[in-house]
Design a protein around this ligand. Structure first.
Ligand code: ADP
Length: 261
């Protein structure tokens, strides 16, 4: 589209309309581009496992009967890729439905109790030990389910990108998730919040990531007025600092927040 330019002196009103039009087009253009690259990325991520499945299925069809040794390898690979596709479609569905989940459910949450409960179920699910240090215990008004989802995204990353115990520190209005894993190079720190961004695709592929976790975390955090900071050193480990603020309906309306997204 072409930007509308008006003669300043003549039509103030027209100028105002032109500005609104230009703003609208900028917004539309940006969203359209984002959506297009999202669909491209998602399709690409789905195509990769499908290609693997297809070629192993072909191999099985041609030589499966005479080469039983190929059988196990192929079935294993097909199964693994199918799981990966299932995970991605699940994450895509969560993203697509996220608009519905923005409704707030605010209650007073005792943060140490909450962290212990969430970490406990994470430990059970993944068999990884989580060390919790409560420096300043506190309670706050927030959306428990969203905070839990956030904590899970960070714990899941700590689990995927480190092998030792994971630490959680609770300080005044802060939850820190600390790991001593592979870390993030400083040049990538900004980008890890972008959708589908992974520091090292080959490395992350083995751990099953799609690069969607942190972008989702950023949106979730905005909804509950939390901030996310990541400090990391390659080869040393990563600390995710979640800064919380008490939720108040008066600060910004949900509609305003939705419009921001
Ligand atoms: P993924 O599903 O790939 O983990 P995320 O959006 O959660 O997607 O993270 C984006 C990328 O940031 C990851 O692929 C990884 O390279 C890097 N990353 C995130 N958390 C950590 C961490 N705790 N340690 C090392 N790298 C991390």
């Amino acid at each position: 589209y072409e930007r509308i330019e008006t003669n300043k002196k003549r039509h103030d009103e027209l100028q105002e309309m032109a500005r609104t039009f230009n703003d609208m087009m900028d917004l539309l253009g940006e969203n359209y581009q984002k959506q297009e690259s999202f669909v491209q990325n998602a399709s690409h991520e789905l195509k990769t496992p499908l290609t693997v499945i297809e070629s192993y299925a072909n191999l099985l069809r041609r030589r499966g009967k005479e080469r039983p040794d190929l059988f196990d390898e192929s079935v294993e690979a097909i199964h693994e890729e199918a799981i990966r596709m299932k995970e991605l479609t699940q994450q895509l569905l969560t993203l697509a439905r996220r608009g519905e989940t923005w409704d707030m459910n605010v209650e007073t949450v005792d943060i140490p109790g909450f962290v212990e409960e969430a970490a406990g179920s994470f430990e059970k699910a993944y068999g990884r030990h989580i060390e919790i240090t409560i420096i300043d215990p506190f309670s706050m008004k927030t959306d428990r389910a969203k905070l839990r989802q956030l904590l899970y995204i960070f714990l899941d990353n700590a689990r995927k990108y480190s092998e030792d115990d994971i630490h959680i520190e609770v300080k005044k209005m802060e939850i820190r998730i600390i790991d001593h894993g592979i870390g993030i190079p400083s040049s990538d720190l900004e980008k890890v919040f972008d959708r589908f961004y992974r520091v090292d695709k080959a490395r992350s592929r083995k751990t099953g990531g799609f690069g969607l976790g942190l972008s989702f975390a950023k949106e979730l955090a905005a909804v509950i007025d939390a901030g996310i900071r990541i400090e990391s050193e390659e080869g040393m480990g990563t600390t995710v600092i979640l800064t919380l603020s008490e939720f108040s309906f008066s600060s910004r309306t949900l509609k305003e927040k939705q419009e921001e997204r």
